[in-house]
Ligand binder design. Structure first.
Ligand SMILES: Nc1ncnc2c1ncn2[C@@H]1O[C@H](COP(=O)(O)OP(=O)(O)OP(=O)(O)O)[C@@H](O)[C@H]1O
Length: 312
């Protein structure tokens, strides 16, 4: 559906390095740390930014030079950019008014989308009186009323607190059934929950692109590091291990225990589970454990890797 071909954009301190992507008609996640160039890519797709070189194709048509308004892509920027002087209804209706839809058409569409996004009760309110979650729905509604060919979301949950994040993620999933979505995030949970396709961008470079499998088998050390894996080397091999794929048990000082021994260096208690750092020789290994295996700082523990990903 959308194809980026050797897309480049540079400023003095940043280079987007020849990005090639083929995004299907589905939910695509652009995942990467802060400053990786995710927003630059999305803004090139909308047409707000002009790439220095490279091409953008939509359904086979070269749209690199096409003005943003002709693309009909819905864009929800990180700060939502709602018009503060207009109420919610007029914010949502804005693009339709510009395109000279009739009053009746506008009303029908605004009502339909507002109901879908559960914001019908706040149509008279001004954006400054809304919660972060409500503002986000209004911004998405404003984009959806124009029946965009793609919806581009720049970190849609970054301004929301953890409690409502989960419900927003399931709403986004529903939206993804209506329209193809490209969604920027640095949150793995979001990426794992929503992404049919996931592009990992680090420092202006596309490091990996694929389906959910890329979380299970990071293809090199850089990606494994970014995804939070431990990189472990011993005399025989170098491999990556996910913190949740390590079993930690308090050592019973059993001489026959063949597992690797380590010492708990730090512990952060999240209630249901704990994040640990275990020192094995001079390697610090990050793990997660639950209440069934209580351990404390300074304890000697035995650890077992459930799955290792070889790293070349
Ligand atoms: N108009 C501009 N002029 C100069 N540099 C820019 C411009 N726009 C973006 N950049 C730079 O490009 C780099 C990538 O920015 P971008 O906003 O795409 O990052 P990001 O991956 O979306 O990060 P974040 O998750 O923090 O939003 C940054 O170093 C940024 O300062």
């Amino acid at each position: 559906m959308l194809k980026l071909e050797n897309l480049c954009k540079s400023w003095k301190e940043f280079q987007l390095k020849s990005v090639n992507l083929e995004i299907e008609n589905n939910y695509c996640i652009l995942l990467g740390p802060s400053g990786a160039g995710k927003s630059v890519i999305i803004q090139c797709i909308t047409g707000i930014l002009k790439p220095d070189s490279g091409k953008i194709y939509f359904n086979g048509e070269d749209i690199t030079e096409m003005p943003p308004e002709k693309r009909n892509f819905g864009y929800v920027p990180q700060n939502y950019a709602l018009f503060p002087n207009m109420n919610v209804y007029n914010n949502i209706a804005y693009g339709m008014k510009l395109r000279k839809y009739s009053k009746a058409e506008i009303e029908k569409k605004v009502m339909e989308i507002s109901e879908f996004l559960h914001i019908s009760h706040i149509l008279d309110r001004k954006p400054t009186t809304l919660s972060g979650g409500e503002q986000q729905r209004v911004a998405i509604a404003r984009a959806l009323v124009l029946d965009p060919k793609i919806l581009l979301l720049d970190e849609p949950t970054s301004a929301l607190d953890t409690n409502i994040k989960e419900s927003v993620i399931s709403e986004l999933k529903k939206i993804g059934e209506l329209v193809p979505v490209i969604h920027i995030t640095h949150d793995f949970v979001e990426a794992k929950t929503l992404g049919n396709q996931i592009a990992i961008l680090i420092n202006g470079e596309l490091n990996d692109f694929g389906n959910q499998g890329i979380f299970k088998t990071p293809k090199n050390e850089k990606i494994a590091n970014f995804l939070g894996y431990n990189i472990i080397s011993n005399n025989e091999e170098t491999f990556a291990v996910a913190p949740e794929e390590i079993v930690v048990k308090k050592s019973l000082n059993d001489e026959n225990d063949e597992n690797i021994m380590g010492t708990v260096e730090s512990l952060v208690d999240f209630g249901y589970y704990k994040k640990l750092t275990v020192n094995i020789g001079d390697t610090a290994v990050k793990t997660i454990t639950d209440g069934e295996n209580p351990v404390n700082i300074g304890d000697t523990v035995s650890i077992m890797y459930q799955r290792k990903v070889p790293i070349n």
